[in-house]
Design a protein around this ligand. Structure first.
Ligand code: SAM
Ligand code: GLN
Length: 287
């Protein structure tokens, strides 16, 4: 079959199945290991048999709502490649924005010397690996309650050349036990309310321990706000991802549990409330 025909056919099938049509070219680019413009240059030629077989097999799974990252076995995040499977959350583009903001915060508030950071609930290791690779002054720890996730994160740290110390356990507890103190605490906790309706591609294929944060989605923020002072230095900041509809509840929670802190909620590139930054012992942190 020629490229053009195969792509058009699957784009039609995707539209009918409610899968984004862009997935077809995105998948082909990955398995052909070619730039998109190269594929277009050969658009009216026959697909090599091996590629065609792999394309059909993969598209069959994608049409069944399986995430492309699972079919490929990896996902790209901040330019780094992360092995993923059903044991870890597929890292999301909005989390790349969180990383960029954290790196800017490190530059601004800790411009010199080592910076001790922790990524709680590291999953694939996306945040921890990215921050450690992008800022060599960072000394990075990462935790997860899932042993399977920690295994994946360790592999991803190794393949990307990031040096990270890993801890297994519930939120900040293993860090308190180990007596760790941080300049920067990062967490993208599960924040989806337990009864929220979700797409099949997420709810059927991604680990529920990575998604759901109790009845209001705020369970893990509550726990961290309550315990964080034991693992933070006097001057420190915390960075969280949050749900787009949690601004009011989140603001109330920070004011209630961390009255001494300054905080701000920032929007993602889609204009949605997505990131919470909380500052301790930093004057004029919020401008
Ligand atoms: N940090 C990754 C990212 O941003 O792509 C994964 C975030 S995922 C939303 C939340 C992660 O928290 C999952 O890896 C999950 O296993 C972990 N987790 C869930 N409950 C936890 C707990 N009580 N203590 C530590 N980690 C937990
Ligand atoms: N943004 C993720 C989703 O769409 C949820 C991640 C989280 O709970 N932290 O499904």
């Amino acid at each position: 079959m020629i490229f053009r025909k195969a792509v058009k056919e699957y784009e039609r099938k995707c539209a009918a199945a409610g899968v984004p049509e862009e997935t077809v070219m995105a998948y082909l680019v990955e398995i052909a290991n070619q730039e998109r413009c190269n594929l277009y240059m050969h658009y009216d030629e026959e697909m090599p048999a091996e590629l065609e077989a792999r394309f059909h097999a993969g598209m069959k799974r994608i049409l069944n709502q399986e995430p492309m990252a699972h079919v490929l076995g990896y996902s790209w995040f901040y330019g780094y490649k992360f092995a993923v499977d059903g044991d870890v959350l597929i890292p999301r583009p909005e989390t790349e924005e969180l990383c960029a903001r954290i790196l800017a915060g490190i530059d601004r508030f800790f411009p010199e010397g080592k910076v001790h950071c922790v990524d709680i609930g590291t999953g694939s290791g996306a945040i921890a690996v990215t921050i450690a690779c992008e800022e060599p002054r960072v000394v990075m720890d990462a935790t997860d309650i899932s042993e399977e996730a920690l295994e994946k994160a360790k592999c991803n740290a190794e393949t990307n050349g990031a040096k990270i110390s890993f801890f297994a356990g519930d939120m900040v507890k293993p860090l308190i036990e180990a007596g760790r103190k941080y300049d920067v605490l990062i967490c993208n906790p599960p924040y989806i309310p337990a009864d929220e309706e979700m797409e099949r591609s997420v709810v059927d294929f991604e680990p529920h321990v990575a998604l759901f944060g109790g009845s209001d989605g705020l369970r893990f923020y509550r726990e961290i706000f309550r315990d964080c002072r034991s693992v933070l230095k006097e001057k420190a900041f915390m960075a969280f991802e949050m749900g787009w509809n949690q601004r009011e509840a989140m603001s109330a929670l920070v004011q209630e549990l961390l009255p001494e802190a300054q905080f701000e909620i920032r929007k993602d590139m889609n204009g949605k409330d997505r990131m919470l930054f909380v500052y301790f012992g930093i004057e004029d942190a919020v401008q």
